[in-house]
Design a protein around this ligand. Structure first.
Ligand code: ZN
Length: 150
């Protein structure tokens, strides 16, 4: 963690210590578990979808600082968005973490998620940061069970 920039580290630690939406969602109609065997991160993601919109989202579980902060930030970013908007956000996030140059539009879309951009320098941590997004995508596609990073 000490290698990440101070500002980014502060925000990541803040989300790790005080994760947003750390709860089971009342009336959830999608739930998928995400598991990252490389690090031991394991989260259960709960979504309530109404007419293609993510009206509520929450999670339970445990993992390293990066995975937990990323999951917290992800839930904040996608609540109220359509399935398509959430997928676009994931694709911008994924491009950021694979070191690709982002357009201004993508950076605007990412907002607070940009605090995780430092993870690009630690390939093993990319799985931690993207775990909840892969889990979200599985939930949006109507999958059940467990999604593992491979
Ligand atoms: Zn991890």
């Amino acid at each position: 963690m000490s290698e990440l920039g101070d500002l980014y580290q502060e925000l990541i630690v803040e989300h790790y210590n005080h994760p947003r939406n750390l709860r089971k969602v009342e009336g959830a109609n999608r739930s998928v578990e995400g598991y990252n065997p490389f690090c031991g991160d394991r989260f259960m993601l709960y979504l309530r979808m109404d007419n293609g919109i993510i009206t509520d989202i929450g999670f339970l579980g445990s993992g390293c600082a990066i995975s937990k902060a990323s999951t917290s930030l992800m839930t904040e970013s996608v609540r109220g968005k359509s399935s398509e908007e959430a997928q676009s956000l994931f694709s911008a996030f994924h491009r950021m973490l694979t070191g690709q140059v982002l357009s201004d539009q993508e950076r605007e879309l990412l907002g607070d998620l940009e605090v995780l951009s430092g993870v690009v320098e630690f390939p093993i941590r990319v799985k931690c940061a993207t775990l909840s997004w892969h889990t979200l995508r599985a939930a949006l596609e109507g999958q059940k069970g467990t999604v593992a990073t491979e």
